[in-house]
Design a protein around this ligand. Structure first.
Ligand code: 5GP
Ligand code: MG
Ligand code: MG
Length: 179
């Protein structure tokens, strides 16, 4: 698997340091509150697990699966709920936990949906942000790293459902896509 990576952009240490910073910021902002962390499966699963451990407040967790990408590297613009939340969100402070924001379509759809369900507040935390890819007006309240318009994998981010288990984030060799 490692040999498929052309270049490492974010090492495990860089990611863990950043996650600790984000956890501290959220802990400060939500002191005395008990927000519901909503992990967007499957990409945000590593980030959710690490971020929750670095956040020192009595948070709760739930999980949602949405599809906007197939196995390709481009957004289809189609957003579909594959797995809905177990918990009621009415009156709750929500923090949507995402791996990466590109076009913003996924989050824009999700935020509207959660607003319709009468959430009290909604904030977005994403580990990676690709501002150049944006086609809708949405921005995260907390982000880890801004990344250029390239396709990255690792730490939850996949190509054709693989490479999620890399502890770092990098770029694939072009040969991998043509297989
Ligand atoms: P958006 O709706 O913002 O265009 O898409 C966001 C979703 O697309 C992310 O949650 C992620 O699953 C996927 N995505 C966007 N950019 C990348 C990337 O560079 N690498 C990977 N593996 N997935 C990406
Ligand atoms: Mg995602
Ligand atoms: Mg994906």
């Amino acid at each position: 698997m490692q040999q498929d990576i052309l270049e490492v952009l974010f090492t495990e240490e860089m990611i863990q340091d950043k996650v600790r910073e984000l956890g501290a910021a959220i802990s400060r902002d939500y002191t005395g509150k008990s927000p519901l962390f909503i992990c967007i499966l499957k990409g945000a699963v590593m980030f959710m697990a690490d971020l929750a451990k670095r956040t020192d407040i009595p948070l709760e967790m739930d999980f949602m699966a949405i599809s906007s990408y197939g196995d390709s590297t481009k957004s289809s613009g189609v957003v579909r709920i594959l797995k809905d939340l177990d918990k009621e969100v009415e009156g709750r402070d929500l923090i949507i936990v995402e791996d990466i924001i590109d076009s913003g379509l996924t989050l824009s759809y999700l935020r509207n949906l959660l607003l319709q369900r009468n959430a009290k507040s909604i904030r977005i935390v994403t580990l990676f942000d690709k501002p150049e890819g944006r086609t809708v007006n949405i921005s995260p309240n907390y982000f880890g790293f801004q990344v250029p318009n390239r396709f990255i994998v690792g730490y939850g981010l996949d190509y054709a459902d693989k490479y999620r288990n890399l502890p770092y984030v990098g770029i694939l060799r072009p040969e991998v896509y043509s297989h």
